[in-house]
Design a protein around this ligand. Sequence first.
Ligand SMILES: [Zn+2]
Length: 398
Amino acid sequence: MKKAFLIVFIVASLNLFAQSTPYVILISFDGFRWDYLNRSISPNLEKIRENGVSALSLRPAFPSKTFPNHQSIITGMYIENHGIISNNFFDKSSNHWFKMSDTSAVRNPQWYLGEAFWETAERNGITTASYFWPGSELSLSSRRPTYFMNYVHERPYIERIEGVIEWLKLPMEKRPRFITLYFDDTDTYGHDFGTTSKELNESIERLDNYTGILLKRLEEINLKDSVNIIIVSDHGMTDTPQEKVINIENIISSKEIKFYDDGPFMRIDGPVNLIKEAYTKLKSHEKNFRTYLTEELPGYFHYKKNPMIGSIILIADIGWSLVTNRKSQYNAKANHGYDNNHIDMHGIFIASGPNFKKNYKTGTVWNIDIYPLLCKIFDIIPNPETDGDLERIEFLLK
Ligand SMILES: [Zn+2]
């Protein structure tokens, strides 16, 4: 009798726990600049903004690139600390490249020094899922969500949404409570056609339309009022005119100097004596870009405490592109990667659901603070290594 009572009690408490655990869908619209929301072509996103909270903009970490910033959002760490220092980078000590396009590198947990929110959550007994997020498909099961998808760029958006709905229809004990979704559309069309193009506006409309479909599907499975939706972007975008191109190899040129990254920022490495000489030369030709020895990069960039960064960092003025002889033409109509404090590099942050205030607007929020916000929603203790600060964002919650 006593035993039966205990079992009933345990089952009831587990059920209560399951019922009280929140739901969060974290959606990334790649390259969705902060002001795209103000073009009056996204009624569904505007509805989320009215029903919930919105920030003027979301400040990315430096450099304002895709892989590094998705990691900053999901770990709450600056880029120098979570280790994904660019979309592509070279590790001198192991002689290996990390390349966004190289599946085996992208899945190798050794590159990822931060703890993703799904790791923190799973350790606390919360089931998580990811329908794409940079860093969500690591080869080590303990470092990825329970449910995840290997990245397929062409996967139709409607299938991604249906995948999420299927997870939310699973029995309580198997159902994920934290889910990510990723859409590249506004980044792709921004790069290819520019930020004021018809094509980019159509891309905004498409993403808005898919948001409407997701809301409708949530309503159909009776979860619309239970789910918190957070929509963010990894960075913004700015137009890059063809005439604003600087070939750095016209200033410094040596076979022993290595150039990494291009366009909005460039990293340079090489033998110590050559680096000194290169720095002096670049400094004296500094026009439409800034030159820093990595060790002297202003602290607010939080981009020096990592040996893979290299010795010199060049940051182009907004709209300018840095190139080398290898790729002296620069074809992107628009780009990102510039100083993260420039407003054009800022993304969006809107959220609605049971844990968020209603019709509440605030100024710029920082993407590293999203991780502690998620921890607060789920009432779990954040990884102490995080750089994010709950105090800067907590007021968005009820
Ligand atoms: Zn991106």
